[in-house]
Design a protein around this ligand. Structure first.
Ligand SMILES: Nc1ncnc2c1ncn2[C@@H]1O[C@H](COP(=O)(O)OP(=O)(O)OP(=O)(O)O)[C@@H](O)[C@H]1O
Ligand SMILES: [Mg+2]
Length: 498
């Protein structure tokens, strides 16, 4: 494929003595989309943070057009024509879309004042290019996570960079948003830009990427053209072994109804009726914005309901706050771990036990540290959470491992009903399976699980029963045996009732 435009050679990076990158090489080719793949914690984001001047490397060299280059700050990398869309969103909620896009780089008038007209004009052009129907004067705080991600992308585009790094850009996007991102990527590529594309969605990689580089445990494994690889081979190279059945299923052992919801209604959900049994996995499918998350939050008490009834174990309960939900054994693990799930400045241990401290109360209400730490270690082990120790600050964990901690945080409260909202988003194939195994393990122990997911194979593979939501209502209900991808999709877009 010719000589690379940018080369990273023998890159090594340590965090407090722990080697995150070990002698890695990575090439970027002109006018190509390069996939950078690997399991959670493999080192993808760290490598890209070196390329974008966020981290300094211990050893290694970088060459741009065969000339050695060094970055001492993000600014250096930006000046060299490199833009990065970080895995974690970095927007300021209290500022407008336009202000966020041009933060620190606002266009100026001849009088050296901010040229607001220009700023909003440029911003609205970028939004249009990405198919985002929002006024750039709107506050970022009002946007959905998907729209925020699009603003991050607009911000990167506004730099007119030669190399654009996208670290899991579609993690929170709807199918439609993903499609418009892909057409922008193709456009950029045809203009000669280089894109580095990080994703755990292999289907996307095979759709949009030209080349693939695979890392495993901080080491370089392979660079090859996409056409020489298959999904199975990529998985094998990533995890270092063959993966068998992706959705390990266990049969349900029914033991009566745990949660019953009758005529639940508010502004966001309409007339919802369902029940869930002990040891059952109930899937909720539907497009983003169909009311799935809103339903979960209503049952969890973070959105009030105006009408309707919620019963646990046959007794009506009043759920007017998350605290009340927790007390009644209902736990919600948010899809948005950054904003609602975790406290990034606290440790793995503190995050995990935050909602469950009562469980560890010993004599005189003192926390039984030994019990607490024993359980935390058990979860770290069972969920293969990659962290040097339980005191590690959450923000230092890789994205997928953060997700596992947020699930563990829910499980540790020992709930009756566990609502998981997109639990495997941003999680690699191997870890996904670990999460599925864990869900099954809890199912066998009699826990009822509501699984909200945009991934149909996950819903079809794991659930005993499936609901489809459309416009805040349930538009379809299927038993596992009757459910098909096609029927679910039809109900999701509202052209069929099931
Ligand atoms: N600031 C930091 N301090 C300490 N350790 C870190 C820091 N950043 C990353 N690490 C560690 O370095 C390793 C690589 O992490 P990285 O975020 O690069 O993984 P990743 O491949 O991007 O994973 P994911 O797919 O989950 O995003 C992990 O073990 C992580 O815990
Ligand atoms: Mg990452």
């Amino acid at each position: 494929m010719g000589r690379p435009l940018f080369q990273m050679k023998n890159i090594t990076k340590d965090f407090l003595g722990v080697r995150a990158l070990d002698n890695i090489s990575f090439n970027i080719y002109e006018g190509k989309v390069m996939a950078l793949l690997g399991e959670n914690g493999a080192g993808k984001s760290t490598l890209m943070k070196i390329l974008s001047g966020v981290y300094k490397m211990e050893a290694g060299e970088m060459f741009y057009n065969e000339k050695k280059i060094e970055f001492n700050s993000p600014k250096d990398s930006q000046m060299a024509g490199i833009a990065i869309i970080h895995q974690e969103l970095n927007l300021i909620s209290g500022l407008t879309i336009g202000e966020n896009i041009f933060l620190g780089r606002e266009p100026l008038t001849t009088l050296r004042k901010i040229d607001w007209k220009k700023l909003y004009l440029y911003s609205s052009k970028l939004l249009k290019k990405l198919g985002v129907k929002r006024d750039p004067r709107e506050l970022v705080g009002n946007l959905s996570i998907g729209e925020r991600q699009m603003v991050e992308i607009a911000k990167a585009l506004s730099l007119n960079a030669k190399i654009i790094i996208m670290d899991e850009p579609t993690d929170a996007l709807t199918d439609k948003e993903t499609a418009s991102l892909f057409s922008v990527i193709k456009e950029l590529r045809d203009e000669g830009c280089c894109i580095v594309y990080i994703s755990h969605r292999l289907r996307e990689v095979f759709e949009i990427c030209d080349k693939v580089t695979i890392l495993r445990d901080g080491k370089f494994i392979k660079e090859d053209e996409v056409e020489n690889l298959s999904e199975d081979l990529v998985i094998e190279l990533m995890v270092g072994r063959k993966l068998d059945e992706q959705f390990p299923r266990v049969e349900k052992v029914t033991e009566g109804i745990v949660l019953e919801v009758e005529n639940l209604t508010n502004d966001l959900v309409k007339n919802i009726n369902f029940s869930i049994q002990k040891g059952e996995i109930l899937g909720i499918s539907g497009l983003m914005g169909s009311g799935r998350t809103e339903l979960a939050k209503t049952i969890f008490g973070s959105i009030p309901y105006e009408k309707g009834k919620i019963s646990v174990d046959g007794i009506e309960v009043s759920i007017n706050s998350p605290k009340a939900a927790l007390k009644n054994g209902i736990v919600y693990v948010s899809e948005d771990r950054k904003l609602q799930g975790l406290v990034l400045e606290l440790s793995v241990k503190e995050n995990m036990t935050l909602s469950a401290l009562k469980q560890f109360e010993g004599l005189f209400f003192r926390i039984d540290r030994e019990k607490e730490e024993g359980l935390v270690n058990e979860y770290i082990h069972n969920m293969t959470i990659r962290t040097p120790h339980m005191q590690q600050v959450i923000k230092n964990l890789s994205g997928g491992n953060q997700q596992k901690v947020s699930i563990a945080k829910g499980l540790i409260t020992n709930p009756k009903v566990l609502i998981l909202d997109e639990p495997t988003r941003g999680v690699d194939v191997g870890a996904k399976k670990e999460i599925y195994n864990l869900i099954n393990q809890f199912k066998t122990q009699g826990l009822s699980i509501i699984l909200i997911s945009s991934e149909l194979p996950e819903i079809l593979g794991m659930c005993d029963r499936i609901f489809v939501m459309h416009n805040g209502s349930i538009s379809g209900e299927f038993d596992r045996a009757q459910a098909t991808q096609e029927k679910i999709l039809k109900c999701a877009v509202g052209i069929m009732e099931g």
